[in-house]
Design a protein around this ligand. Structure first.
Ligand code: SF4
Length: 101
């Protein structure tokens, strides 16, 4: 009987600890990374020299990519959509991410 009570209390305390950690230790990702990733082909092939589309999208948003054509399977429709999206979602200071087709 005591084992159930002790385990129940421990479970509750660990649950509270996880809830606290989830709320206060979370890392906010730039929402534009997801917006750019949605507009990439999504093959996760690595032809861009990044480990996948998410990493390439993150590099674009961080300004580490000069040309979107580094995504080899991409088409003009992908590149145009990304450029349009980035134009509509500038940096916090209003500057645009510098990337070309
Ligand atoms: S080359 Fe394009 S499709 Fe392939 S992983 Fe990179 S971003 Fe994704």
């Amino acid at each position: 009987m005591w084992a159930f009570i002790v385990l129940g209390i421990l479970g509750g305390l660990l649950g509270l600890g996880l809830a606290f950690a989830a709320e206060y230790l979370k890392i906010e990702a730039d929402p534009r990374i997801g917006g750019v990733k949605e507009r990439l082909p999504g093959y996760d092939c690595g032809a861009c020299s990044y480990p996948g589309c998410s990493a390439f999208a993150e590099a674009i948003v961080e300004g580490d990519v000069d040309h979107l054509k580094e995504c080899k399977p991409g088409k003009d429709t992908h590149y145009d959509a990304i450029l349009e999206y980035l134009k509509d979602n500038p940096n916090r200071d209003g500057s645009l991410i510098q990337v070309k087709k």
